[in-house]
Design a protein. Structure first.
Ligand code: ZN
Ligand code: ZN
Length: 99
């Protein structure tokens, strides 16, 4: 006797969960995904996809970006932002000290 899955049975390609009678996704290669694995895969893709810097509009990979308030900024933009902030704070500090 064969131990093969019954005809028409659908299993998640990641966790082998039986998704025959429940919500599932099918990828371009015809494999099935359960909602959980599909969600995890999406999150992983997002992590590696990178984003467009909100400061200069250039696209960067994830490791090059710093997220502030949910928005991505590249290193040069971060540096200039901090430089501005530092100068501003420095000025305020000087005023407070009465210089
Ligand atoms: Zn799964
Ligand atoms: Zn930038």
């Amino acid at each position: 006797m064969s131990t093969q899955a019954p005809a028409g049975a659908k299993y998640c390609c990641k966790c082998s969960k039986d998704v025959t009678h429940q919500q599932r996704m099918k990828d371009t290669e015809g494999r099935y995904w359960c909602p959980d694995c599909s969600k995890k895969d999406e999150a992983k893709k997002m992590e590696h996809a990178g984003a467009v810097c909100k400061g200069c509009g250039e696209a960067f990979s994830k490791p090059q970006l710093t997220w502030i308030g949910g928005l991505p900024y590249c290193k040069p933009c971060m540096t200039s932002r901090f430089a501005v902030k530092k100068t501003f704070l420095g000025r305020v500090w000087s005023q407070l000290k009465g210089e």
